[in-house]
Each structure stands twice: as C-alpha cells, then as structure tokens.
Design a protein around this ligand. Sequence first.
Ligand SMILES: Cc1ncc(COP(=O)(O)O)c(C=O)c1O
Length: 427
Amino acid sequence: MSSQEGPDIERESLLELFPGRAALQGDELVIGGVAASALAEQFDTPALIIDEEALRARAQRYREGFAQRWPNSRVIWASKSLPCTALYRVMHEQGLGIDVAGGGELAMALRAGADPSTFVLHGNAKSDRELAMAVEAGVGTVVIDNFDDIDRLERLVRGEQAVLVRVLPSVSADTHDAISTGHANSKFGLSMSDARRAIDRLRASDTLRLDGLHFHVGSQILDTAPFTRAIEAVAQLGDFAVYDLGGGLGARYTYDMRVPSIEEYLDALVGAAREHLPSSARLLIEPGRSMVAEAAMTLYRVVTVKRNAQRSFVAVDGGMGDNLEVSLYGQAFDATLANRVGRGDSYALVGRHCESGDQLIESVELRDPVVGDLVAVAVTGAYCLTMANNYNGALRPPIIMVRDGHAREVLRRETYDDLLRRDCDVF
Ligand SMILES: Cc1ncc(COP(=O)(O)O)c(C=O)c1O
C-alpha cells in the first residue's frame, strides 16, 4: 500500500457512520449530494442535517420487512424520536402509523396531514385535555397505562374507542436505567396482575374496546433477547387481536459498535410471535431511535482549540443545548472534521455551555483542527432535537433535509425574538 492510499482508505471508512451516500469531495464530507461547507454557509451552525433518502429507505425497510414476515402488521413510528412536522409527513407518506405521546406530538402529526386512525396515543400521565383532544381527532388507538386512563376515557368517549393495555413484562434490558422501561418497577404500564384487572374492567366497558396488549422494554437495546422474552411473558395474559411490541432497537453510534440489523430484529420478533402469539393476531411495532438516528448528523463550527499538557479540547458552537443524550444516558458518539475528514490527535469534543458535563465526545481523533473548521457528529437523528433546550440562551438548531444535491430547511433556527416572544412581564 502506498502512503497515499493509506489515509484515503481510512477517510473512506469514516463515512460508514454518515447516512446514505455520504461521500468525499477532496477532503470534505458531502451528504445527500451537498458539501458540508455549503450547508454551513447557507444555514449556519449548529444544524441537524437529515439525509431524506436514507430516512425513507429505513422506513421502507421496516415496513416491507415486517409485512413480508407477518402480513397482518403495521409499523408505527415513535415520533418522540424526532418530532418535527416534516418528519411526520415523510413517515405518513412511507405508509407508517404514528405513535404520539401527548397533545404536542398529536398536534404536529395532525398538522402534517397524517391519518389519525393510524395513531397510537401513549403517555403515563395523559391529561383530560390530551385525551379529549385525541378522542376528538379520531386517534385510532389509546394505550391504557393506568386505571385513571380508563376512568378518564370512560367519562369522555361517547361512541367507541379502541384501546390496548400497556403491560410490564418484568424484562430488564441491558441499557441505561433511564431508558429501561419494561422492568417490574417501571413507572410505565401495569404489572401482570394489575393488567389482568384492567383487562377484566375493559371487557365490561360499553365504550372502550379492548383490542389487545402493548409493551415497550426500553431504548437503545443491542440484543434481541429482551424483546423475545417480553413476547413470551405477555402471551401468558391470553389471546388477543392486537399485540404492540413497542420500540427499542438500538442505533449504531460508533465505529466499534455492533447492532442487530432491522432484519435480524424482525426475524427475532416474528419468530417469538409464531411460537407464543395467536397466528391471527395483528402485530404492531414502534421503532423510534433505530428509524431516525442513523439518517442524520449534526454540523457544528469549531470556536476554540485548547491544547493542554494533560488533555486537549475542541469546543464547538453547540453542545448539551442540542444533544442531551451524552449527559443523560452517557451515549457515545463519533465525529470527524467535515472540511478535513480524517484522523489525527485525540481531543475532547466539548460544547459551549456552562457545565463540565457539557461534552459531546470524551475523546475523538480529529485531523489538525483549527478555529472555523466544521465538525460533523454522526448519528444524531434521535432524541437530540427532541430534547433541545435554551440553556445559556442557546437557540435551538434548524433541521435541514438534503436530497439529490439540494438542501431545504424544514424547521428554522430559533431567533432571539423567539426567546423573548413568551415574555409577558409589563415594565
Ligand atoms: C411506548 C414507546 N414506544 C416506542 C418508543 C420508541 O423507542 P425507541 O426510540 O427506542 O425505538 C418509546 C420510547 O421511549 C416508547 O416509550
């Protein structure tokens, strides 16, 4: 291998975590046919960049893969992973149903023109107002998380409302505690014995039609066993027309991670369903993270480079204001300079916020970073924009969709006027 080939091969391999047909143009990262520098110039930084083709391709893989394995099925996109009207529209166009948790997500899904009969409403603390809004909008299915949901719905529903009961299958998944939700002590759903009581109550209801069961064991799960164990557990509650198997498949965030493919995940689910569930049942799944994470990246600009004896820092113009995954769950990310793709010395990639915990990546090799360079952090499509905030008065970033060499803004950057708009103090 010549010395020229070595670095080129290494640079090509860095593209692996970037979506779709990410490519190199000289030293520069190109995504959806648009160079990173052009994106930064047109839309400024930080910005969430989504490769629309990659996003649609994942939705299609999920939909077709599930339908081939279990025809009486539907993929429901867990919209909490990236709630933005344009995303709701894309997922609806791709033939997916929508999981909405609460009134805000419901409002966005409706605004996008998605079909409410395909919506599944979630929440462990749904208010009267949110339930009324869902019933009024004609939301297809409401997931019962607690007995108060039943009381509230029975007061509200005049005709008939389909419901599922969220069951805690007592399965723990090997993920961060904050996103593990299927264990016996979770705040979500009902224990097996409480679920039995809820099922009896719903079977006697005049207005609530019990279609079946739901579970969700957690998020960023890298092994199929918790899903199959959960299917086996809920099967003990008897035969139902519908089983919603939740979401939870992990995304591949770093070069050294191994994640089950969509197909491996579906094979495992459907294998367990064939063994434990009625063959006539309708199956639903609710992927969020694994649908959107890998279709996006965040583009930042380097504000300062600090080389210390112990540790060197590259600080960018975003951070925990647009990515809380690191400080909430310790999620590991990977990155490259977007205008000088390649490896070099190790740096801590840190944000601009007033906390030492505001770190995007503990240690990442960057190629000769200088002020003004662009940094692309890969796999930021899920739960980053979702939890974006105004810490230190940060403006929440825009979402840019790229496709076939064109970029369009689907959610604009916040402005200082937006920050001040809610003030109503008179002085
Ligand atoms: C009920 C429910 N369904 C689906 C999901 C989506 O999970 P994931 O994004 O890990 O696929 C969640 C995430 O919290 C959830 O609470």
